[in-house]
Ligand binder design. Structure first.
Ligand code: 13P
Length: 260
């Protein structure tokens, strides 16, 4: 049984002080600590320290980063390394987000090196993959997902991949208000699990959490989580307001999957 995981990707939103106030309010808003859902917030780099300070090391809300650079230190102006994130208490890192791929030219080999750095420093990577609308309409969604997984995960042992999470984020659903249907998400997650089974191992495929991301809201989260193929969500816009994020978290904690 995979524990559900809800991740808030704040993208380039909130200053350090706004972020600290936000997590404080979020904690107060969550009437009870959800015991059956893991919860991660991924603020911008500049807010990691203030959020970490408010949360403390024992908080049920875990700290995640939105990116890292693969070298541990050196002359890489503007970059942030895995040891730097670890030192701030980051336990997760989002890698290969489509905004990184399309706006900053990240490709398979770079993402692979970033995964390697995360694994090496004990930070759990959340690898984002997903197809464009054009690719979906051309019927190549499964091929795109398989290729993105292969190029990022090639060469890692099954043991290493135990700490991997995959997020299926169709590009056409991100920030558009047009979520994938539950059926589309389930089909993509089944493809991802089959590729993981063939490339890593059936055990890894069974253990790996696969999140859905792309226009997740308080309205569609229960449906998306109704299948046991969907192990949680990676949320953008709807995690920026305390009330909608808290509602999504409590719905994730109370709704049961139907075993499809
Ligand atoms: P939205 O929830 O705003 O569509 O963003 C999804 C996303 O990109 C999360 O990483």
């Amino acid at each position: 049984m995979r524990t559900r995981l809800i991740v808030g990707n704040w993208k380039m939103n909130k200053t350090a002080s706004e972020a600290a106030t936000f997590v404080d309010e979020l904690r107060q808003h969550l009437s009870k600590v959800p015991s059956d859902v893991e919860l991660v917030v991924a603020p911008p780099f500049t807010a990691l320290e203030s959020v970490g300070r408010v949360l403390g090391s024992e908080s049920f809300i875990q700290l995640g980063a939105q990116n890292l650079f693969w070298e541990p230190k050196g002359a890489y102006t503007g970059e942030i390394s895995a040891p730097m994130l670890k030192d701030l208490g980051c336990r997760h890192v989002i890698l290969g987000h489509s905004e990184r791929r399309t706006l900053f030219g990240e490709r398979g080999d770079r993402i692979r090196k970033k995964l390697q750095a995360a694994f090496a420093h004990g930070i759990r990577p959340i690898l984002c993959i997903g197809e464009s609308l054009e690719q979906r309409e051309a019927g190549s969604t499964d091929d795109v997902l398989a290729q993105q997984l292969h190029e990022s995960l090639a060469g890692f042992s099954s043991e290493t991949l135990e700490s991997l999470t995959v997020a299926y984020e169709p590009i056409w659903a991100i920030g558009t208000g047009r979520s994938a249907t539950t059926e589309q998400a389930v089909a993509a997650h089944q493809t991802i699990r089959a590729v993981l089974s063939a490339t890593a191992s059936p055990v890894i495929a069974e253990r790996t959490r696969i999140l859905y991301g792309g226009s997740v809201t308080t309205q569609n989260i229960a449906s998306l989580l109704s299948s046991e193929q969907v192990d949680g969500a990676l949320i953008g816009g709807a995690c920026l307001e305390v009330s909608s994020f808290a509602t999504i978290i409590s719905l994730a904690s109370t709704t049961r999957s139907i075993g499809v």
